[in-house]
Ligand binder design. Structure first.
Ligand code: NAD
Length: 298
Protein backbone atom coordinates (compact mmCIF):
# COMPACT_ATOMS: atom_id res chain seq x y z
CA UNK A 1 0.00 0.00 0.00
CA UNK A 2 1.37 3.45 -0.94
CA UNK A 3 0.98 6.02 1.82
CA UNK A 4 1.43 9.77 1.47
CA UNK A 5 2.22 11.52 4.75
CA UNK A 6 1.12 15.13 4.16
CA UNK A 7 1.67 16.59 7.66
CA UNK A 8 4.44 15.79 10.09
CA UNK A 9 4.19 12.66 12.22
CA UNK A 10 6.87 10.97 14.34
CA UNK A 11 9.85 9.37 12.63
CA UNK A 12 9.14 6.24 14.69
CA UNK A 13 5.68 5.94 13.08
CA UNK A 14 7.14 6.23 9.58
CA UNK A 15 9.75 3.59 10.46
CA UNK A 16 7.11 1.21 11.88
CA UNK A 17 5.01 1.49 8.73
CA UNK A 18 8.03 0.87 6.50
CA UNK A 19 8.98 -2.17 8.59
CA UNK A 20 5.44 -3.45 7.98
CA UNK A 21 6.20 -3.14 4.24
CA UNK A 22 4.05 -0.06 3.59
CA UNK A 23 5.55 2.22 0.95
CA UNK A 24 5.62 5.57 2.76
CA UNK A 25 6.41 8.95 1.19
CA UNK A 26 6.76 11.83 3.62
CA UNK A 27 5.96 15.19 2.06
CA UNK A 28 5.00 17.13 5.14
CA UNK A 29 5.29 20.54 3.52
CA UNK A 30 3.29 19.64 0.41
CA UNK A 31 1.21 22.50 -0.99
CA UNK A 32 -2.43 22.17 -2.04
CA UNK A 33 -1.41 22.39 -5.73
CA UNK A 34 1.31 19.75 -5.38
CA UNK A 35 -1.11 17.46 -3.52
CA UNK A 36 -3.55 17.57 -6.46
CA UNK A 37 -0.73 16.48 -8.82
CA UNK A 38 0.42 13.45 -6.81
CA UNK A 39 -2.52 12.15 -4.77
CA UNK A 40 -3.69 9.90 -7.64
CA UNK A 41 -0.70 7.61 -6.97
CA UNK A 42 -1.60 6.78 -3.36
CA UNK A 43 -3.83 4.29 -1.55
CA UNK A 44 -3.66 6.11 1.78
CA UNK A 45 -2.97 9.56 3.10
CA UNK A 46 -2.02 10.79 6.56
CA UNK A 47 -2.97 14.33 7.56
CA UNK A 48 -3.08 16.41 10.71
CA UNK A 49 -4.85 19.79 10.67
CA UNK A 50 -2.74 21.59 8.03
CA UNK A 51 -3.79 19.63 4.95
CA UNK A 52 -7.33 20.19 3.72
CA UNK A 53 -8.99 17.22 2.03
CA UNK A 54 -11.91 18.65 0.10
CA UNK A 55 -13.71 17.58 -3.11
CA UNK A 56 -10.92 18.54 -5.60
CA UNK A 57 -8.37 16.40 -3.73
CA UNK A 58 -10.82 13.50 -3.42
CA UNK A 59 -11.73 13.76 -7.13
CA UNK A 60 -8.03 13.50 -8.01
CA UNK A 61 -7.48 10.57 -5.62
CA UNK A 62 -8.47 7.70 -7.90
CA UNK A 63 -6.82 4.93 -5.84
CA UNK A 64 -7.38 6.35 -2.35
CA UNK A 65 -8.90 3.92 0.15
CA UNK A 66 -8.22 5.54 3.50
CA UNK A 67 -7.40 8.88 5.09
CA UNK A 68 -5.93 8.86 8.59
CA UNK A 69 -6.18 12.10 10.54
CA UNK A 70 -3.56 12.18 13.27
CA UNK A 71 -5.57 13.95 15.96
CA UNK A 72 -9.23 14.49 16.86
CA UNK A 73 -11.01 17.09 14.73
CA UNK A 74 -11.85 15.94 11.20
CA UNK A 75 -13.27 19.28 10.05
CA UNK A 76 -10.39 19.62 7.54
CA UNK A 77 -11.77 16.59 5.66
CA UNK A 78 -14.98 16.48 3.60
CA UNK A 79 -16.09 13.26 5.28
CA UNK A 80 -19.44 12.84 3.53
CA UNK A 81 -17.85 13.17 0.09
CA UNK A 82 -14.96 10.86 1.06
CA UNK A 83 -17.37 8.20 2.25
CA UNK A 84 -19.49 8.58 -0.88
CA UNK A 85 -16.29 7.85 -2.86
CA UNK A 86 -15.70 4.73 -0.74
CA UNK A 87 -12.79 6.30 1.20
CA UNK A 88 -12.60 5.46 4.93
CA UNK A 89 -11.71 8.28 7.33
CA UNK A 90 -9.99 7.28 10.58
CA UNK A 91 -8.57 9.42 13.41
CA UNK A 92 -6.67 9.06 16.70
CA UNK A 93 -9.18 10.59 19.11
CA UNK A 94 -7.58 9.98 22.52
CA UNK A 95 -3.93 10.60 21.69
CA UNK A 96 -3.88 14.35 22.38
CA UNK A 97 -6.40 14.55 25.25
CA UNK A 98 -3.92 15.02 28.10
CA UNK A 99 -1.80 17.55 26.22
CA UNK A 100 -4.79 19.75 25.37
CA UNK A 101 -6.09 19.46 28.94
CA UNK A 102 -2.73 20.53 30.35
CA UNK A 103 -2.54 23.55 28.03
CA UNK A 104 -6.05 24.53 29.13
CA UNK A 105 -5.08 24.34 32.81
CA UNK A 106 -1.96 26.37 32.03
CA UNK A 107 -4.23 29.05 30.61
CA UNK A 108 -6.47 28.93 33.71
CA UNK A 109 -3.47 29.89 35.81
CA UNK A 110 -2.24 32.45 33.26
CA UNK A 111 -5.63 34.20 33.27
CA UNK A 112 -5.79 34.25 37.07
CA UNK A 113 -2.21 35.50 37.43
CA UNK A 114 -1.10 37.64 34.45
CA UNK A 115 2.11 35.67 33.87
CA UNK A 116 2.33 36.51 30.17
CA UNK A 117 1.71 40.25 30.53
CA UNK A 118 4.05 40.49 33.54
CA UNK A 119 6.85 38.78 31.60
CA UNK A 120 6.47 41.23 28.71
CA UNK A 121 6.51 44.18 31.14
CA UNK A 122 9.47 42.83 33.12
CA UNK A 123 11.54 42.30 29.97
CA UNK A 124 10.69 45.87 28.91
CA UNK A 125 12.54 47.02 32.03
CA UNK A 126 9.41 47.80 34.11
CA UNK A 127 8.57 46.75 37.68
CA UNK A 128 4.74 46.99 37.76
CA UNK A 129 3.86 45.13 40.95
CA UNK A 130 0.46 46.80 41.44
CA UNK A 131 -0.66 46.27 37.86
CA UNK A 132 -0.08 42.53 38.05
CA UNK A 133 -2.15 41.85 41.14
CA UNK A 134 -3.96 38.56 40.45
CA UNK A 135 -6.47 36.17 41.98
CA UNK A 136 -6.46 32.56 43.12
CA UNK A 137 -8.25 29.89 41.12
CA UNK A 138 -9.05 27.67 44.08
CA UNK A 139 -12.64 28.23 45.16
CA UNK A 140 -13.60 29.68 41.76
CA UNK A 141 -16.09 28.06 39.38
CA UNK A 142 -15.05 26.61 36.03
CA UNK A 143 -17.71 25.94 33.38
CA UNK A 144 -16.76 23.25 30.88
CA UNK A 145 -18.76 23.35 27.64
CA UNK A 146 -18.35 19.97 25.96
CA UNK A 147 -17.66 17.23 28.49
CA UNK A 148 -16.12 14.67 26.16
CA UNK A 149 -12.57 13.35 26.46
CA UNK A 150 -10.78 16.70 26.81
CA UNK A 151 -13.55 18.43 28.78
CA UNK A 152 -13.48 15.66 31.40
CA UNK A 153 -9.66 15.66 31.53
CA UNK A 154 -9.73 19.42 32.19
CA UNK A 155 -12.48 19.02 34.81
CA UNK A 156 -10.48 16.40 36.71
CA UNK A 157 -7.40 18.66 36.83
CA UNK A 158 -9.40 21.77 37.78
CA UNK A 159 -11.15 19.93 40.61
CA UNK A 160 -7.74 18.80 41.87
CA UNK A 161 -6.63 22.43 42.32
CA UNK A 162 -9.77 23.28 44.27
CA UNK A 163 -12.13 24.63 41.62
CA UNK A 164 -15.85 23.94 41.55
CA UNK A 165 -16.50 22.44 38.10
CA UNK A 166 -19.77 22.67 36.16
CA UNK A 167 -20.23 20.84 32.87
CA UNK A 168 -22.64 21.12 29.96
CA UNK A 169 -22.90 18.83 26.94
CA UNK A 170 -25.59 18.14 24.36
CA UNK A 171 -25.12 14.42 24.96
CA UNK A 172 -25.69 13.01 28.44
CA UNK A 173 -22.60 11.19 29.70
CA UNK A 174 -21.84 8.88 32.62
CA UNK A 175 -21.66 10.86 35.90
CA UNK A 176 -18.10 11.70 37.02
CA UNK A 177 -17.29 12.74 40.59
CA UNK A 178 -15.35 15.92 39.78
CA UNK A 179 -17.98 17.60 37.58
CA UNK A 180 -21.56 18.74 38.16
CA UNK A 181 -23.73 18.47 35.06
CA UNK A 182 -25.51 21.82 34.76
CA UNK A 183 -27.96 23.42 32.30
CA UNK A 184 -26.18 25.82 29.95
CA UNK A 185 -27.75 29.02 31.29
CA UNK A 186 -26.87 28.13 34.86
CA UNK A 187 -23.29 27.33 33.84
CA UNK A 188 -23.00 30.66 31.99
CA UNK A 189 -24.38 32.63 34.93
CA UNK A 190 -22.22 30.96 37.59
CA UNK A 191 -18.83 30.37 35.99
CA UNK A 192 -15.81 32.59 36.70
CA UNK A 193 -13.96 30.76 33.93
CA UNK A 194 -15.46 29.05 30.87
CA UNK A 195 -13.56 26.58 28.71
CA UNK A 196 -14.77 25.20 25.36
CA UNK A 197 -14.13 21.63 24.24
CA UNK A 198 -16.67 21.06 21.48
CA UNK A 199 -16.08 20.23 17.81
CA UNK A 200 -16.66 22.72 15.00
CA UNK A 201 -19.98 21.74 13.43
CA UNK A 202 -22.68 23.73 11.68
CA UNK A 203 -24.49 23.79 15.04
CA UNK A 204 -21.44 25.07 16.95
CA UNK A 205 -20.21 27.70 14.46
CA UNK A 206 -20.20 30.99 16.41
CA UNK A 207 -21.94 29.27 19.32
CA UNK A 208 -20.16 31.79 21.52
CA UNK A 209 -21.63 34.98 20.11
CA UNK A 210 -22.72 38.31 21.61
CA UNK A 211 -25.95 36.76 22.92
CA UNK A 212 -24.23 33.85 24.69
CA UNK A 213 -21.56 36.15 26.15
CA UNK A 214 -24.29 38.48 27.48
CA UNK A 215 -25.64 35.51 29.49
CA UNK A 216 -22.24 34.97 31.16
CA UNK A 217 -21.17 36.39 34.53
CA UNK A 218 -19.60 39.87 34.38
CA UNK A 219 -15.81 39.60 34.40
CA UNK A 220 -15.78 35.98 33.14
CA UNK A 221 -12.55 34.64 31.65
CA UNK A 222 -12.76 32.40 28.55
CA UNK A 223 -10.36 29.70 27.40
CA UNK A 224 -10.57 28.16 23.95
CA UNK A 225 -8.35 25.22 23.04
CA UNK A 226 -11.07 23.59 20.91
CA UNK A 227 -11.59 24.60 17.31
CA UNK A 228 -11.56 28.02 15.61
CA UNK A 229 -14.96 29.19 14.44
CA UNK A 230 -16.77 28.18 17.64
CA UNK A 231 -16.23 31.71 18.99
CA UNK A 232 -17.39 34.79 17.10
CA UNK A 233 -14.09 36.66 17.48
CA UNK A 234 -15.66 40.09 16.80
CA UNK A 235 -18.15 39.52 19.62
CA UNK A 236 -15.33 38.40 21.92
CA UNK A 237 -13.32 41.50 21.04
CA UNK A 238 -16.27 43.78 21.86
CA UNK A 239 -16.88 41.96 25.16
CA UNK A 240 -13.19 42.24 26.14
CA UNK A 241 -13.16 45.96 25.32
CA UNK A 242 -16.38 46.49 27.33
CA UNK A 243 -14.93 44.54 30.29
CA UNK A 244 -17.79 42.01 30.21
CA UNK A 245 -15.10 39.39 29.56
CA UNK A 246 -12.05 40.12 31.73
CA UNK A 247 -9.62 37.88 29.89
CA UNK A 248 -9.37 35.35 27.10
CA UNK A 249 -6.86 32.68 26.15
CA UNK A 250 -7.11 31.28 22.63
CA UNK A 251 -5.16 28.44 21.06
CA UNK A 252 -7.38 28.25 17.98
CA UNK A 253 -8.73 30.85 15.56
CA UNK A 254 -11.36 31.06 12.86
CA UNK A 255 -8.65 31.79 10.28
CA UNK A 256 -5.28 30.21 10.97
CA UNK A 257 -2.88 31.89 11.02
CA UNK A 258 -5.05 34.89 11.96
CA UNK A 259 -4.56 37.97 9.81
CA UNK A 260 -4.43 41.35 11.61
CA UNK A 261 -6.69 40.13 14.43
CA UNK A 262 -8.12 42.97 16.52
CA UNK A 263 -7.85 40.64 19.50
CA UNK A 264 -4.06 40.89 19.36
CA UNK A 265 -4.27 44.59 20.22
CA UNK A 266 -5.71 43.75 23.64
CA UNK A 267 -3.42 43.10 26.60
CA UNK A 268 -6.11 40.94 28.28
CA UNK A 269 -6.01 38.42 25.40
CA UNK A 270 -3.27 35.81 25.42
CA UNK A 271 -2.82 32.92 23.04
CA UNK A 272 -0.82 30.37 21.11
CA UNK A 273 -0.64 29.15 17.50
CA UNK A 274 -2.83 25.99 17.74
CA UNK A 275 -0.35 24.02 19.84
CA UNK A 276 -2.82 22.09 22.03
CA UNK A 277 -1.53 18.72 20.85
CA UNK A 278 2.05 19.86 20.28
CA UNK A 279 3.92 17.92 22.92
CA UNK A 280 6.46 15.19 22.48
CA UNK A 281 4.18 12.72 24.27
CA UNK A 282 1.08 13.48 22.14
CA UNK A 283 3.15 13.46 18.95
CA UNK A 284 4.52 10.02 19.84
CA UNK A 285 1.04 8.67 20.70
CA UNK A 286 -0.52 10.12 17.54
CA UNK A 287 2.26 8.63 15.38
CA UNK A 288 1.96 5.21 17.00
CA UNK A 289 -1.83 5.17 16.51
CA UNK A 290 -1.57 6.33 12.88
CA UNK A 291 0.93 3.54 12.16
CA UNK A 292 -1.23 0.94 13.92
CA UNK A 293 -4.36 2.03 12.01
CA UNK A 294 -2.64 1.83 8.62
CA UNK A 295 -0.87 -1.46 9.33
CA UNK A 296 -4.19 -2.96 10.46
CA UNK A 297 -5.98 -1.49 7.44
CA UNK A 298 -3.74 -3.19 4.90
P1 NAD B 1 -15.11 14.55 22.20
O1 NAD B 1 -15.85 14.11 20.99
O2 NAD B 1 -14.66 13.51 23.18
O3 NAD B 1 -15.96 15.65 23.00
C1 NAD B 1 -16.66 16.68 22.38
C2 NAD B 1 -17.95 16.87 23.15
O4 NAD B 1 -18.61 18.04 22.68
C3 NAD B 1 -18.94 15.70 22.96
O5 NAD B 1 -19.26 15.13 24.23
C4 NAD B 1 -20.16 16.35 22.29
O6 NAD B 1 -21.38 15.77 22.70
C5 NAD B 1 -20.02 17.78 22.78
N1 NAD B 1 -20.77 18.76 22.02
C6 NAD B 1 -20.97 18.83 20.68
N2 NAD B 1 -21.71 19.92 20.40
C7 NAD B 1 -21.99 20.55 21.57
C8 NAD B 1 -22.71 21.73 21.92
N3 NAD B 1 -23.31 22.48 21.00
N4 NAD B 1 -22.77 22.06 23.23
C9 NAD B 1 -22.17 21.29 24.18
N5 NAD B 1 -21.49 20.16 23.91
C10 NAD B 1 -21.38 19.81 22.61
O7 NAD B 1 -13.86 15.38 21.66
P2 NAD B 1 -12.52 15.74 22.46
O8 NAD B 1 -11.49 14.70 22.20
O9 NAD B 1 -12.87 16.10 23.85
O10 NAD B 1 -12.08 17.04 21.64
C11 NAD B 1 -12.86 18.24 21.67
C12 NAD B 1 -12.39 19.20 20.60
O11 NAD B 1 -11.08 19.66 20.91
C13 NAD B 1 -12.22 18.54 19.21
O12 NAD B 1 -13.42 18.55 18.49
C14 NAD B 1 -11.15 19.33 18.57
O13 NAD B 1 -11.74 20.26 17.69
C15 NAD B 1 -10.46 20.07 19.71
N6 NAD B 1 -9.03 19.76 19.79
C16 NAD B 1 -8.15 20.80 19.76
C17 NAD B 1 -6.79 20.54 19.81
C18 NAD B 1 -5.80 21.68 19.80
O14 NAD B 1 -4.70 21.50 19.32
N7 NAD B 1 -6.13 22.84 20.33
C19 NAD B 1 -6.32 19.23 19.87
C20 NAD B 1 -7.25 18.19 19.93
C21 NAD B 1 -8.60 18.47 19.88
Amino acid sequence: MKVLVCDSISARAVERMRQACLEVDVQDKITAEELLQVIGNYDAMVVRSRTKVRKPVLDAAAKLKVIVRGGVGVDNIDIDYAQAQGVRVLNTPGASTDSVAELTVGYLFALARPIVQATISLKAGKWEKKKFHGAEIQGKTLGVIGTGRIGKAVARRAAAVGMKVLGYDVVASEPVPYLTVTPLDELLAQSDYITLHIPLLESTHHLVDADLIARMKDGVRIIHCGRGGVIDEDALYDALVAGKVAGAALDVFEIEPPKDSKLFTLEQMIGSPHVGASTKEATARIGDEVAELLIAFE
